[in-house]
Design a protein around this ligand. Structure first.
Ligand code: UDP
Ligand code: MG
Length: 310
């Protein structure tokens, strides 16, 4: 019996990409001695993504779909796909052809060599906009500095996980998983492959600046409480610095030095007001996370699927 490889693809408004990606995966597997299934997760698309998926699924028995009740986001779409994938290994990749399917044989080969996680790292590429490249490298620097996991710059959500690892993942109930970090955190035998991302086939990037910023904040706060410590250290440093100011104040008082301090006082108040709000906000993020998690709501809701209950 050939082994089964599940391929999980999140799709959000990707109507024109479905056929292309599914066909190119088919082409890749034509040369391999593996069975495969594709699980397309429609993340609440507003275009014809779901229709295209259903049309395609009608032509083959190894094409499955999960339809979300609304947009839950890329990370949860991948998680849902993995929760429903029962292959001997599961590969997750984007819908837009930026993750080259030609890499799949190499990933499978590494998996056969005994690696349980085969992840990919995006090489610097001219196809990506400058803003995206520098924001991504800044993101990883910040993340590594502020959290306790080491992520390579350019780590992509294009990876192969052994069934063992997927089974571990299935029990994760984080309501906003940050998969790249979680996979790194899990351990197991990991192997990294470098690749050159292709240009997006059709449509445009769904990651707006706002979404990227959110992912970055989330990536940091879901892996460490270092930001809380930095608030404490900052508090100490500033209190200490203010003590240094005391002699001058005494001197000015005793010598009746005329003080014209309006501007400096206002500046100080505004600066520290801002700083306090930032730190309060950081604490707030952690409290908010506890709140969201404590409600135990399902992380995603499936409206329909053609996956038989296994
Ligand atoms: N995606 C998703 N839900 C979202 C945003 C994106 O399922 O809310 C999917 C999208 O369809 C694509 C993948 O996640 O398959 C990566 O998105 P995109 O290509 O827009 O990101 P980029 O490559 O620009 O980082
Ligand atoms: Mg993309």
């Amino acid at each position: 019996m050939n082994k089964l490889v599940s391929i999980v693809i999140p799709a959000y408004n990707e109507a024109d990409n479905i056929f292309v990606i599914a066909e190119s995966i088919k082409g890749v597997f034509a040369t391999l001695n593996y069975n495969y299934e594709i699980i397309l997760v429609d993340d609440g698309s507003a275009d014809h993504t779901l229709e295209r998926i259903k049309e395609y699924a009608a032509t083959a028995e190894n094409i499955f779909f999960l339809e979300f009740s609304k947009n839950f986001g890329h990370q949860l779409a991948v998680k849902a796909g993995m929760d429903h994938a029962f292959g001997d290994c599961v590969i997750s990749m984007d819908c837009d052809m930026q993750h080259p399917p030609e890499l799949i044989p190499q990933m499978i080969q590494k998996w056969e060599e005994g690696f349980e996680v085969v992840y990919t790292i995006r090489e610097e590429d001219k196809n990506l906009s400058k803003g995206k490249r520098s924001s991504s490298s800044l993101f990883y620097k910040l993340l590594n500095w502020l959290s306790d996991i080491e992520l390579e710059a350019g780590a992509a959500d294009f990876r192969l996980l052994d069934q063992k690892v997927v089974n571990v993942f299935r029990n994760f109930q984080e309501n906003e998983p940050f998969l790249r970090g979680l996979v790194k955190w899990l351990g197991f035998k990991q192997y990294a492959i470098k690749y050159n991302p292709a240009a997006r086939f059709s449509g445009k990037s769904k990651y707006t600046i706002k979404k990227m910023f959110r992912l970055a904040l989330h990536g940091v706060t879901s892996f460490s409480i270092k930001p809380l410590y930095s608030a404490v250290y900052l508090g100490f440093i500033l209190s200490f610095a203010s003590v240094l100011y005391v002699p001058y104040v005494l001197y000015a008082f005793l010598n009746h030095v005329e003080v014209s301090g309006w501007a400096s006082v206002i500046m100080t108040i505004v600066f520290f007001g801002g700083l306090q709000l930032i730190i309060l906000g950081i604490i707030g993020i952690y409290v908010g996370k506890m709140f969201m998690q404590s409600k135990n709501r399902p992380n995603y809701i499936i409206r329909s699927t053609n996956i038989p209950t296994r």
